[in-house]
Design a protein around this ligand. Structure first.
Ligand code: IPE
Ligand code: IPE
Ligand code: MG
Length: 233
């Protein structure tokens, strides 16, 4: 039985949740942010040490300016106010993604919560914001090329371990990937980290997702037979 260290969640379905209720998409995002908070508190109790969530993809900039602005304002509100309870619980918040073209006030709020929670050790919450799996691989490749050009590393020293150390964050591989809202795709989430993840897709829209369902999925994870290319039994 492979210990569950790192869960990834593609938090999808906020828009549909709102639409079903005749509300604007923003209401779904707001409700989704409450769900995220509850899941973090729960995982801190359960003792899963890492959670990575997809909050905003590099492709999400294709949405209307109104929706992008709402999401950015919501992120600031979450990091400055709503996450107080997570800090108290011992959650450490880190981020993965590109800074460009995020607004300065968003970047400031990200830096603040990172600094404020840096000594917490109950749960690492990695928020993928302006994140793309392709961008991460490209940015890591560039970092390594620069190190070779600067004479800091030899090209033959580039292996999986070095590559991993130069990703946006040093994290264990994702053991369990959950996507809500009934879509069966990855949408450019953590490609490198998901090479051997167990996948779980649920029809539940993210604002309706809760700790009980998460517990059921975790239980199912422990029933899976992870082989990593080998032969068992
Ligand atoms: C996920 O919910 C949140 C973000 C992508 C920011 P969506 O906004 O994609 O919700 P649907 O897929 O339109 O229902
Ligand atoms: C993936 O959801 C990104 C996030 C959850 C932040 P999307 O709703 O953007 O993905 P697609 O467009 O359905 O693939
Ligand atoms: Mg979606």
């Amino acid at each position: 039985m492979e210990e569950l260290k790192h869960i990834g969640i593609i938090m999808d379905g906020n828009g549909r949740w709102a639409k079903k209720r005749g509300l604007k998409r923003s209401f779904g995002h707001k409700e989704g942010s409450k769900t995220l908070k509850k899941l973090c508190l729960h995982l801190a109790d359960v003792g899963v040490p890492y959670l990575s969530v997809f909050a905003f993809s590099t492709e999400n900039f294709k949405r209307s300016q109104e929706e992008v602005d709402y999401l950015m304002d919501l992120f600031i509100e979450m990091f400055r106010k709503e996450f107080k309870v997570l800090d108290e619980k011992g959650v450490r918040v880190i981020f993965s993604g590109r800074k460009e073209p995020l607004r300065q006030d968003v970047l400031d709020s990200m830096a603040e919560i990172t600094e404020k929670t840096k000594n917490n050790s109950k749960l690492v919450l990695n928020i993928c914001l302006n994140y793309g799996g392709h961008s991460e691989i490209i940015d890591t490749t560039k970092k390594l090329c620069q190190q070779v050009l600067d004479g800091k590393i030899d090209i033959d020293h580039i292996d999986e371990e070095t590559f991993e150390k130069n990703l946006y964050q040093e994290l264990p591989p994702i053991d369990l990937l959950i996507r809500t809202s009934g879509e069966y795709r990855i949408s450019n989430f953590m490609l490198w980290q998901m090479s051997y993840s167990e996948f779980y897709f649920t029809d539940t829209l993210f604002p309706d997702f809760n700790s009980e369902e998460l517990d059921q999925i975790i239980e199912k994870y422990y029933q899976r037979d992870r082989k990593f290319g080998g032969v068992k039994g």
